[in-house]
Design a protein around this ligand. Structure first.
Ligand code: AMP
Length: 394
């Protein structure tokens, strides 16, 4: 019987999960799925490693499962379908580790209390990430739980990259650039040597372009700068988040337009980005298929901001040896990759159009000064690896 690790990624309206079997020290995904719409119209879907549906269930409109109900359903599913495996641990994605947690952490009630104290730093994500942990302490008290943090990969950045130009007393209270998507960047850093050992040893910018989007400058596979900051709303425009915004705009909205904090929060997290620019959708596929000029403008803006940030991160690195595209848009949109690389010709980037249209992994021309790659990310596997290492002392 193989050991198994379950990975949970709990968000505001969904809980995503993956189950990995541990076979000869290697991790192999055996189930994955999610409970979504847990406060509106819950739906549970689980697939096996071949992508075959193992369980699908839809609840009635308006039936609230909430996090606890969804988790109980998931625990029931796991008990029924993972008899061939011995559960050894649960790994959680937790967005914020603050200054204290810069490595994956085995959890107990006292540590969860310390992670709760970070909720004000990530109010839209942290509470949902933490909510399954306490319930699982009750349901499966003997099963070790591990938290893996999206901020941790960036913790070693130089101070210059981490601080804001504000008085030190405020910096000391924790107001600094943390950077996010760290598990995705760490995964890319872990596999890049297999694709391109030179790139892994050199100066790389990784573009994590999904619903949330950010970019990370890595020197020899270590984060030295990132576009995300104190919160995950900074940097690139995203599906519904605005990205970089003059803080004076926030003051103006409150002072002159009478908006309250929750209204501004809604605006910058939920109503901006590709959705706000286009007025059509937050989804890149929808925008690419639209012939509305506002959709085209939103994509132009997206590519323009990425291109500017690429120049900024290349400056932080003192040059550029490679670029890696990843996440939903980065892995799948050859046209976004082509346009970003076209803007980056001045950095020595030359794309191979055929390789790009074919999805890579290497998509730069043979004579390009900068190697360009499209590599799928795998945050779940990264969490499973950390969890396995912590519980087996590896
Ligand atoms: P993620 O958050 O990583 O799942 O990425 C979601 C984003 O990837 C959405 O904006 C999708 O529209 C986008 N995406 C997924 N597949 C494609 C595709 N084939 N072409 C363009 N965008 C895509």
């Amino acid at each position: 019987m193989s050991d198994a690790i379950t990975v949970l990624n709990a968000g505001s309206s969904s809980i995503k999960f993956s189950v990995f079997a541990v076979e000869d020290g290697e991790l192999r995904m055996v189930f994955s799925g999610q409970a979504e719409g847990i406060f509106t119209r819950p739906r549970f879907l689980a697939k096996d490693q071949a992508g075959m549906v193992v369980e699908e269930k839809q609840w009635a409109e308006g039936e609230h499962l909430g996090h606890d109900g969804a988790l109980d359903h998931l625990v029931g599913f796991l008990k029924e379908h993972t008899n061939d495996y011995k559960p050894i641990a649960i790994g959680h994605r937790v967005v914020h580790g603050g200054l204290e947690f810069t490595h994956p952490q085995r959890l107990n009630a006292a540590i969860v209390d310390r992670l709760e104290a970070l909720v004000p730093l990530a109010p839209l994500h942290q509470p949902h990430n933490l909510s399954p942990i306490r319930l699982l302490f009750e349901r499966v008290p003997d099963l070790p739980q591990v938290a893996c943090f999206d901020t941790a990969f960036h913790a070693g950045q130089p101070e210059l990259a981490q601080l804001f130009a504000i008085p030190q007393e405020i910096t000391d209270s924790g107001v600094r650039r943390y950077g996010f998507h760290g598990l995705s960047y760490e995964y890319i850093a872990s596999v890049l040597p297999q694709y391109d050992p030179e790139a892994a040893a050199g100066r790389t910018v990784v573009l994590h372009l999904g619903n949330g989007a950010s970019m990370c400058a890595m020197k020899a596979s270590h984060s030295v700068a990132s576009t995300m900051g104190f919160t995950a709303v900074e940097g690139l425009p995203m599906g519904t988040r605005c990205g970089a915004l003059d803080p004076g705009v926030v003051l103006y909205l409150i002072d002159q337009r009478g908006m309250d904090v929750r209204g501004v929060e809604r605006l910058i997290y939920k109503e901006s980005g590709l959705l706000g620019l286009s007025g059509i959708s937050s989804d890149m596929r929808v925008l690419q298929e639209s012939d509305d000029p506002r959709a085209a403008f939103a994509i132009d803006y997206y590519v323009y901001r990425i291109s500017r940030e690429l120049g900024s991160l290349a400056a932080a690195l003192g040059g550029l040896d490679s670029i890696v595209f990843t996440a939903g848009i980065g892995e799948n949109s050859d046209s976004v990759r082509e346009r970003v690389c076209g803007h980056a010709a001045w950095l020595g980037v030359e794309l191979d159009p055929q390789a790009n249209a074919g999805g890579g992994p290497r998509i730069s021309a043979s004579g390009s000064n900068v190697a360009v790659w499209a590599i799928p990310t795998n945050e779940e596997l990264m969490i499973a690896r950390h969890t396995l290492n912590l519980v087996t002392g590896g």
